[in-house]
Ligand binder design. Structure first.
Ligand code: OGA
Ligand code: MN
Length: 378
């Protein structure tokens, strides 16, 4: 019995050779025959078909979804070839995380996106806050070009290495444990110790007067174990606060600086130039998303105090709120695969890196879309 689904005409021609049922691999002649048969169907425009039973070859049950790879058979040899057509973009919510938090985007090559794609992605970001794009083999320039479709770009002025000391251009945040030559940084290296600050929950560039809108992080090299990135939903964290706490937080103003987040880890050897560059900035503790109008807690490890509060009391409240906002029900953990690109909306999330073996390379690169405007008037 053969069933065709003609409605999938526009789908990418596909067949995944290694996914063929193991029983079939015992009969290579038969397999080639079946593959040829499929090729004929595909040539006729049947982009998806399921062979539930092949009566001439009893007991072989073979279900193939023709949407992964393109099949090319010549002289009885089967090999995978390039995709022939772009599958429509698909955005699917993550299954095991908090509701409406995190989604996977497939069927999109970020090097080749239309204005419609960008619009659809913006709608998805507003809903899911974090989007995962698997298998995007991009250069820094391609990542930057895709990122800049979402707004004005930030420079990497938050990185410890500036200009000639850098491994990467100022358009790219270097989220790696590598030096300029590509070697792994020594355990005590200043750049490595500064980078450990990414393991505290934060929102990118909350220490800038105009904090970041989106961050896009691309995994070029990942360690064998660990090094996940976790994300926490600050909209849910806000809406789950009791009303007394909400009204206490509503008009508070926090003071952010990288000097505070690094200081919390005991990293305090800043140069005078760094102290000036990362002078504290003020941000509201509660913010409202410009399009969804949802409120969220604007927390970050960069917060050092609350305006008008004694420092220890301020830090305690921020700790309490961070503990609340990063409870498992608001969090999911992304386990990186090489070439994943993850985009998040810093206005409604916090994130942090997890530990990994520092003797292994981890090379991720971040491009950052700037926020639209400052949140408090000067
Ligand atoms: C970042 C960041 C976390 C990580 O790129 O802004 O915090 O897992 N990264 O590397
Ligand atoms: Mn970050």
């Amino acid at each position: 019995m053969i069933r065709f689904n003609q409605s999938h005409r526009n789908k990418r021609l596909a067949l995944h050779y290694p996914s063929i049922h193991p029983d079939l691999k015992k009969y290579p002649g038969l397999m080639i025959q079946m593959l040829k048969f499929h090729k004929t169907l595909l040539d006729q425009g049947c982009w998806e078909c399921q062979i539930l039973c092949f009566p001439r070859y009893l007991c072989l049950l073979w279900v193939v979804r023709l949407d992964l790879y393109c099949l090319n058979i010549s002289n009885g040899v089967c090999k995978e070839t390039e995709y022939v057509e772009q599958m429509p973009m698909d955005i699917t919510a993550l299954k095991n995380g908090p509701p409406n938090f995190g989604a996977i985007v497939t069927g999109l090559d970020i090097v080749n996106v239309s204005d419609n794609d960008v619009q659809a992605l913006e709608v998805a970001i507003d809903r899911y806050a974090v989007l995962i794009f698997p298998d995007q083999n991009v250069t820094d320039e391609q990542q930057y070009a895709f990122s800049s479709k979402f707004g004005t770009m930030e420079k990497a002025t938050g990185d410890i290495n500036q200009n000639s000391d850098r491994r990467l251009a100022m358009d790219i945040n270097d989220i790696s444990n590598l030096d300029k030559s590509g070697a792994i940084l020594a355990r005590n290296d200043r750049a490595r110790l500064f980078g450990l600050g990414n393991m505290l929950w934060h929102s990118d560039s909350s220490f800038k007067t105009i904090p970041a809108k989106y961050s896009l992080l691309s995994a070029r090299v990942i360690p064998d174990f660990g090094g996940n990135t976790e994300f926490a939903d600050m909209r849910a964290a806000w809406s789950e606060l009791d009303t007394e706490m909400q009204s206490e937080c509503m008009d508070l103003v926090c003071v952010h600086s990288q000097l505070y987040s690094r200081g919390a880890l005991g990293f305090e050897d800043f140069t005078e130039e760094e102290k000036l560059k990362w002078a504290p900035v003020k941000q509201p503790l509660v913010r409202q998303h410009p399009s969804t109008k949802l409120h969220s807690l604007f927390l970050s490890s960069h917060i050092g105090t609350i305006e008008g509060w004694p420092v220890p009391e301020a830090r305690l409240l921020i700790r309490d709120l961070t503990e609340h906002a990063t409870k498992p029900e608001f969090v999911f953990s992304h386990q990186w695969k090489r070439r994943d690109l993850v985009l998040w909306d810093n206005r409604v999330t916090m994130h942090r890196a997890r530990r990994y073996d520092h003797t292994q390379k981890r090379d991720l690169r971040r491009t950052t879309v700037a926020g639209d405007a400052r949140l408090l008037s000067a």
